[in-house]
Design a protein around this ligand. Structure first.
Ligand SMILES: [Fe+2]
Length: 266
């Protein structure tokens, strides 16, 4: 990598794998749709420097679901970093993702950028919250790291998406989060999962990005739970050492008839 070439990253989110490979989420076999995403990642091949998994990796928080993830991703041979969402068990996740390519680090530098991964999950709750310990740790990391451009990843969005049912489970203490990052102008990007849709929002000089799930998609601007017929996908970033960044959503050719069941808690 030269001093000016970008670091290339795939953000993969809300995979919802289960212990049973055949289990479905609202009618979608989540392993199959994830395999379609993996095929697309293979096409990017050596271009990708790392994978960022932004929560709800599991749909049932089982050890087996994380082992399934590891078995599916390992052939790609791409360094992988992860954080938990509301459907995950952070302890099982750390225990099961034990191969060398799966890093437990939550703060690292790559390609001239700093990366900080936060745990916003709250046991037994769908909504997100950053504990005092997590906020203190974030602040300490931002003090320690240098002024390289910084990306923060967190499962629950610290912004609203104009969907009442989803907005009720966003990050509950976004103001505490803003109070910290507002003091660090090197923070450029905050990337999230949870909302199963593409979303972009800017506050001050920070861009906040939401990314499609690798399985079911939620309909934008819907008051109540509703599925969208967009295909599964992920986000591909190019981050340049001078702080410039590019991102695009990649959708995969995976189609499945969805059962439009009422539901919540995704
Ligand atoms: Fe979630």
């Amino acid at each position: 990598m030269s001093d000016t070439s970008p670091v290339s990253i795939a953000q993969i989110t809300d995979i919802h794998l289960f212990a049973d490979d055949n289990q479905e989420l609202v009618g979608m076999p989540t392993k199959d749709s994830f395999c379609a995403v993996i095929e697309q990642l293979k096409k990017l091949g050596s271009e990708l420097d790392l994978l960022l998994l932004t929560g709800d990796i599991s749909g049932d928080a089982s050890l087996e679901s994380y082992e399934n993830l590891q078995n599916l991703l390992h052939p790609l041979q791409i360094p992988t970093y992860s954080l938990p969402g509301n459907h995950d068990c952070a302890i099982a996740m750390e225990e099961a993702l034990n191969l060398r390519l799966f890093s437990r680090r939550k703060s690292f530098e790559r390609g001239g950028w700093n990366f900080i991964l936060l745990n916003s999950s709250v046991p037994e709750q769908v909504y997100g919250y950053l504990s005092v310990e997590t906020l203190d740790w974030l602040d300490s990391q931002l003090v320690i790291i240098d002024e390289k451009p910084t990306l923060i990843a967190v499962h629950h969005p610290p912004f609203l998406v104009n969907s009442r049912w989803l907005d009720s489970s966003s990050l509950q203490n976004a103001e505490d989060f803003f109070a910290i990052i507002d003091g660090y102008p090197q923070v450029k990007l905050v990337i999230c999962g949870h909302i199963h849709q593409e979303f972009q929002y800017q506050r001050h000089n920070v861009h906040y990005l939401g990314t499609p799930s690798t399985c079911i998609q939620f309909q934008p601007n819907s008051t109540d739970f509703a599925l969208d017929n967009q295909q599964p996908g992920f986000r591909h970033f190019k981050l340049y050492p001078n702080g410039h960044w590019e991102s695009r959503i990649e959708r995969v050719p995976y189609f499945y008839p969805l059962e439009l069941l009422p539901g919540k808690g995704y």
